[in-house]
Design a protein around this ligand. Sequence first.
Ligand SMILES: *Cc1c(COP(=O)(O)O)cnc(C)c1O
Length: 484
Amino acid sequence: MKPVGTTGLILNEPLLWKRGKKGRSGYSLPKRDVDMAKMDDHLIGNAPDLPDLNEVDVVRHFTRLSTWNFGVDTGLYPLGSCTMKYNPKTNERQAALPGIAGAHPLLPDQLSQGALKLIYNLQNYLAEITGLDAVTLQPAAGAHGELTGMLLFYAYHKANGKRHSKILVPDTAHGTNPASASLCGYRSIPVKSNENGILSPEAVAEVMDDDTAGIMVTNPNTLGLFEENIKEIADIVHSRGGLMYCDGANMNAIMGVVNIKEMGIDVLHLNLHKTFSTPHGGGGPGSGPVCVRKKLEPFLPVPRIIEENGTYSLTHDVPNTIGKLHAFHGNFGVMVKAYCYILTMGAEGLKKASQLAVLNANYIKEKLKDVLHLPYDRPCMHECVFSDKNQSDYNITTLDMAKRLIDYGFHPPTIYFPLVVHGAIMIEPTETESLESIDEFIETFKCIVEEAKQNPELLHEAPVKTKVKRLDETAAARKPCLRG
Ligand SMILES: *Cc1c(COP(=O)(O)O)cnc(C)c1O
């Protein structure tokens, strides 16, 4: 097995303070041709303790540090649920165009026509892709979209003279769902998935009552499985006056294939930074648009954009709005990237992307199920979920295998999530990986499974080739070392 990763040229890098030498400098200015003026003492104060460095030292320092990082531009990043797909560079270029990057959010509508038109069109595209009727682009991320959705539930029910204390959340929902519901004052009632890893209508009917505002379903769910009974579940929830929320962060599996409105969904959020191609992770800006059915449109956040005879304007005149969720219009740069992505892909391209994402995940599932335990052996969507059950004979856990992947040059998958699978290994290859890169990953995983049998001690120590070896993750979280 030839590892993808090696450590030969990953260089050590001391702090800049250790590199500095008194008198070095990274700039040269023309000789002064005026007399030096003395500065007031009180303005001088104590100079900051900065090292003296030349230009090449600074450039090398930051370039070397950048090689310690791993991203989708480095290699396969199969982090389940996060959709770490490759983001075409043209998206970045368009978002950086001076007229777009420099647009000021306080400019009057008549001087912001291009930006407003882009937002308006993007809303329409997302409505078309999901099948829903109206969209807000204000929320800054998926979880923010969920909170928006819960506020919409609350406002809708209130307008109909109803108040509820509960919301149903399946055990295969994303962890942010119950958190968003409780931020909005709802108590989450867990619903168990069935032996096939999906929700059964009976389980929902059993807990759905008049004090329940609705249900939050992640579809495809966090096992990477499609909730096949969704329409029947929607009928049950609606018949008791409840609303259907869909966490659509996994839309990458179903773009152009599934009509969300026909699934019976009332409110859905999307993650533009996952499905619609914006680099994410590390806390970068995101966008979590919320798409709704007509009956919830009057409650959407303000300002809303209206179009009249080709002219776009913002209005705050929305009497039932839940208010504002973000400064100005939301994270505009992310919207530009999503807009560019949708236009370059086109309807057929988006559908193909989803089909390939599903194909790639199923390919990995089929190739690895002989060596890894597959708790739900059914066709999956964009990701497949294994466990470490087969390796427990050798006392090898999911964490050991994930850490060993790093030695071979792969980012580990999501681990120990979803919680319904003990020792879960959740792999999402996405559509942007070639057959060769997926095969390399599969071969590497098989090799690690073999090592688990032959040499378990090695796996307990992994990663062994990295700068920093196995960390005590509890101590790292409780006593972070922030000084290098
Ligand atoms: C990523 C994700 C979220 C949360 O999105 P953020 O943008 O990180 O807030 C919610 N649900 C699912 C299914 C996700 O994969």
